[in-house]
Structure formats: C-alpha cells, structure tokens
Design a protein around this ligand. Structure first.
Ligand SMILES: NC(=O)c1ccc[n+]([C@@H]2O[C@H](COP(=O)([O-])OP(=O)(O)OC[C@H]3O[C@@H](n4cnc5c(N)ncnc54)[C@H](OP(=O)(O)O)[C@@H]3O)[C@@H](O)[C@H]2O)c1
Length: 334
C-alpha cells in the first residue's frame, strides 16, 4: 500500500504547523498540499524555518486544492471550515480541527459561535475523541476534532460520570498556554501583556463549555485562565462524590477506562506537569481526595493531544493504521 496523500487547509497557523511537524516523521503519509492566504507562493520552510529540510512544498490558495488527497485536514477558524468541508468530502475524508462540526445541538452552536452555513453536515460528523468514541471514528468520513480544553476536561471527567460517582455541577479550573489562541494575536495576547501575567478570561462563559457539557451530559462550572507559557493545558477538576471513595477505587475506575490506552498516562496520587507532556500526544491524569471532594488534574499539550496530534490519531484510526503511528515521540524536556 502506498502512502496516504494529505492536504492541510490553513497550514500556516499553529495547528497547521504542528500537523506539518508531526507528519514529517509519519511513515505512511505524504503531505501534498498546504494552503494559506497571506503566504501564498512561499515555501513551507520560509514560513516555518523549523521545518527546513522536511518539505518541498509551497502554500497555495484553497480554491487551487482539487481532488488530490485522501485526507483533508482543516486547520481553519470556526466559521470558515463549514464553507469548505462539503467540497473536500467529495474528494476524500475530512478532519476538522475547529468547532464547526463538534456540537450536535445547532442552537448551542448559534449561541456560542454564530450562524451555521451547513447544518446538514453536522449530522454526519463524528466527535473525534478516540478514547471514548473509537468505534464510530473508524468509519467516519467527517471527524470533528475536539477542542483543547474539552480534550483535557472530558477525558478527566468521563470515567467518573459513567460510573455515576460524582454530583453535578463539576467545577473545572483550566489554564492554557498562549498558542491556544492561534498564531495571529490580538493586543491582549502580545508578549508584554502576557509575560509575567496570569488571569482568568471569559469569566461569564467560554464557548468550550457547550462542547464539554454535550459530551459529558452533566453541568459544569468552567473557568479558563491564560498562562504565560507557549504550549500546555492544565485542568483541575473538582467534584463532590456521592459516597466516600478511596484512592484505590479511583485508580480502579481510571484503569477500567484507560488502562489499555496508549496515550493516557495514569499517575495515581501525583500531580501532572505540563512540561511532562510538552510536544507529545500524551495526556497525564493524577488525582487526590479531600473529604467528599475528588480532585482530578489533567495535563496535555494543547497543540498535540489538544489538536494536531489527536487529529493524526483520528487519521490513523480512519486509515486502519496502528493508532500510535507517528505519535510515539516522548515529551520535550526540559
Ligand atoms: N491553537 C490551539 O491550541 C487549538 C487547539 C484545538 C483546536 N484549535 C482550532 O484549530 C483551528 C486552527 O487553530 P490555529 O490555532 O492553528 O489558528 P491560527 O494559528 O490562527 O491559524 C489559522 C489558519 O487558517 C487560515 N485562515 C484564517 N482565516 C481564514 C479564512 N477566512 N480563509 C481561509 N483561511 C483562513 C490561516 O492562514 P492565512 O491567514 O494565511 O490564510 C491559518 O493558516 C481553529 O478552529 C482553532 O479553534 C486550535
């Protein structure tokens, strides 16, 4: 079998760049097209000098991308993917890294993101969180890759909800590095304003709440914070338990759901660190008990397990490849 041909639509941003970095050492893939409006005509290594030597490709416009790939990765802002997904589905399979096809509840989409131009396609999309939805991903044509915060929060909470051991609402306090906001920043994301600063934001409601609540089926209280680091998410999840639980019981529950998962590392009664997952597709989960409150701590790299690594994990599943192909690199340390 030859290599799978890949097009990356919106390849000049952070998640597009991360797809290119990860695909550079994926053995079963050839990236054939990359798009950008502002860098059209420039080579990949001009836009991303860190990829010098990996690709002999130039950015083109989306309209120039034809039936030339098996998989189309959309690394576009929400509201833009929905304008292009249908065309690329005629040519091959589509993995959208944005929010356009994640929410099944269209009214929720409208509330948090605005109008939707292709609601019929939402019905066909499969939520791409492999650890809880692998069977559906296998045969999907359109995968909605989860959001970065939701990846950490859903995987940290899902086993507790399924086992029915926690009460609503679950309180979630998440912190993200600045790349979570994309490569083309606004003044509040400028270095002097982020460096040596730390603040909650969207304190009256963040759009990822709808995705997390839809997937988990419970009420959450969620506050995101901006961390002065480039990549990484740390989510601290607090839940009142319905009855007294022990650390061993929590270990057994997480083992039941994730014991065989390649990318989930269960730390037991230890705190995860964002530095331990940096650049990798791992998700580290630790926990503690404080009386009737269970505390779960989750670390991911927002650009890898929170975006491009997870998209490649989904691609591997859809292509029938071993799920960890091209994703086994350990974290960068220090
Ligand atoms: N950053 C994260 O940690 C993260 C995590 C999970 C999911 N996501 C989601 O993944 C998607 C991409 O995120 P990102 O962080 O990579 O964003 P980004 O750095 O802002 O990159 C966006 C890409 O889309 C292109 N683009 C922007 N507006 C466009 C338009 N109107 N038409 C065509 N192309 C357009 C940009 O290139 P040109 O401007 O040159 O065309 C660029 O290549 C977003 O939906 C985001 O919510 C991001």
């Amino acid at each position: 079998m030859g290599k799978y041909l890949i097009a990356i639509i919106g390849a000049s941003g952070y998640t597009g760049g991360e797809l290119l970095r990860l695909f550079c050492f994926h053995p079963d893939v050839e990236v054939v097209s990359v798009t950008s409006r502002q860098y059209k005509g420039k080579s990949v290594s001009e836009v991303f000098p860190f990829l010098n030597g990996c690709y002999d490709l130039r950015f083109k416009s989306i309209s120039e991308v034809k039936d030339e790939a098996d998989f189309y990765f959309l690394a576009l802002p929400h509201g833009v993917s929905m304008l292009h997904a249908r065309k690329f589905l005629e040519y091959g399979k589509v993995i959208d890294l944005g929010a356009d096809f994640r929410l099944k509840d269209i009214e929720k989409y409208r509330k948090w993101y605005g109008d939707h131009q292709d609601t019929d396609l939402i019905k066909e999309s499969v939520y791409g969180l492999p650890e809880i939805n692998r069977e559906n991903i296998k045969n999907a044509k359109l995968v909605a890759n989860p959001g970065c915060y939701p990846t950490s929060v859903i995987l940290g909470t899902y086993p507790l909800v399924k086992e029915g051991i926690v009460e609503e609402p679950v309180i979630v306090d998440s912190k993200s590095g600045v790349t979570g906001a994309g490569r083309f920043p606004s003044p509040n994301l400028h270095f002097p304003e982020v460096n040596e600063n730390f603040n909650p934001y969207k304190i009256n409601g963040h759009r990822h709440l709808a995705e997390m609540e839809e997937q988990l089926g419970i009420k959450l209280i969620f506050t995101p914070h901006l961390l002065p680091i480039d990549r990484g998410i740390l989510s601290s999840i607090y839940a009142k338990t319905k009855k007294d639980v022990t650390l061993k019981e929590i270990e057994e529950i997480f083992q039941k759901y994730y014991g065989n998962e390649k990318f989930v590392r269960l730390l037991g009664n230890r705190a995860p660190h964002v530095k331990d997952v940096r650049g990798s597709n791992f998700i580290d989960i630790g926990w503690a008990i404080d009386g009737s409150i269970l505390k779960v701590f989750v670390a991911i790299d927002n650009l890898v397990k929170g975006a491009s690594g997870q998209a490649i994990q989904n691609f591997n599943i859809m292509a029938g490849l071993p799920e960890e192909t091209g994703l086994t690199s350990p974290s960068l340390f220090p």
